[in-house]
Write a protein that binds this ligand. Structure first.
Ligand code: NDP
Length: 269
């Protein structure tokens, strides 16, 4: 039996084992996928052992995506641009190859909803997820404006194709086809999540409002729905990044609908 895992801290809530194990079962692949809690101080040691333990690959989640990049023997261009690895494949020689499937995951979830990536987008935030989203949209040809509370910190997003980096205020939300909240707002205090981070008045009626959160409806999406706007949560991104990681690790096309169904039935975080 082959092994795969998601490494994170904490990681007990992860839905990745449910998605990957359902895919293995559906395709008759003799493998099992587990969640392993690895504290930051132990990541290098843990990754140093996966080849010897016979893993075909691992996924990497919070807070290890940047450190994992440094632990790989090679990384692809997308992971290098994002400064983050979320998938590691162990090759026949035991070398670790790093990839970032969050970028493809987000692009595919938007394409699935709209049929294409729209020409104008605004991305909120300047962290790891904002990097993946900005790169996905810019590579697909969108003009991307980033709105961040720390504009200086967000300037590096120009390197990923962001057209503009704007301060965190309502006037920065000029008319756009797609608004993506890639911040971590609401992950902590509930009071922070009670109101949408910015007013949606400037958005045209046809705009799509997206969040990367998938375990509950954030205030931003509730406000967008109340205004009659289309919404997209983070479930599609999660399933599509898992599908891309499955293909990298197994060399097989992912059974997307099986993985999507497994997402719906796996325990919520
Ligand atoms: P990071 O910690 O790297 O970045 C968070 C960003 O949010 C930072 O830019 C931070 O600002 C900003 N931020 C936080 N609070 C506020 C606030 N009150 N006002 C304005 N900006 C704020 O987190 P990640 O990028 O890794 O993750 C972001 C979100 O994306 C999380 O909810 C995560 O769960 C989700 N995610 C979902 C995925 C999926 O597959 N669906 C995949 C990856 C992530 P500053 O820079 O000033 O600190």
């Amino acid at each position: 039996m082959r092994l795969a895992a998601v490494l994170g801290h904490p990681v007990a809530h992860s839905r990745s084992p449910a998605l990957h194990n359902a895919a293995y079962r559906a395709l008759g692949i003799d493998a099992t996928y587990v969640a392993i809690d690895v504290p930051p101080a132990s990541l290098e040691q843990a990754l140093g052992g996966i080849a010897a333990l016979g893993f075909m690959g691992v996924n990497i989640t919070v807070p290890h995506k940047e450190a994992a990049l440094r632990a790989c023997d090679e990384v692809d261009e997308v992971a290098r641009l994002c400064c983050a690895v979320n998938t590691i494949v162990v090759d026949a020689g035991g070398r670790l190859a790093g990839y970032n499937t969050d970028v493809e995951g987000f692009r595919r979830s938007v394409e699935e909803t709209l049929g294409r990536v729209p020409p104008r987008a605004v991305v909120l935030g300047a962290g790891g997820a904002a990097r993946a989203v900005t790169l996905a949209l810019a590579q697909a040809g969108a003009t991307v404006r980033v709105v961040a509370r720390n504009v200086e910190k967000a300037r590096h997003l120009h390197d990923l194709g962001a057209y503009d980096v704007l301060p965190w205020r309502a006037e920065s939300l000029e008319p756009t086809d797609l608004l993506v909240d890639a911040t971590s707002i609401g992950l902590g205090a509930e009071s922070e999540a009670a109101a949408p981070p910015l007013p949606l008045d400037a958005l045209p009626d046809g705009a799509l409002v997206a969040s990367l959160v998938y375990h509950r409806e954030p205030a931003l999406l509730a406000a967008a729905r109340a205004r009659g706007l289309r919404t997209l949560d983070g479930a599609g991104m999660l399933v599509h990044q898992a599908a891309a990681a499955f293909t990298l690790m197994t060399g097989r096309p992912a059974p997307l609908e099986i993985m999507r169904a497994a997402f719906g039935t796996s325990p919520a975080s």
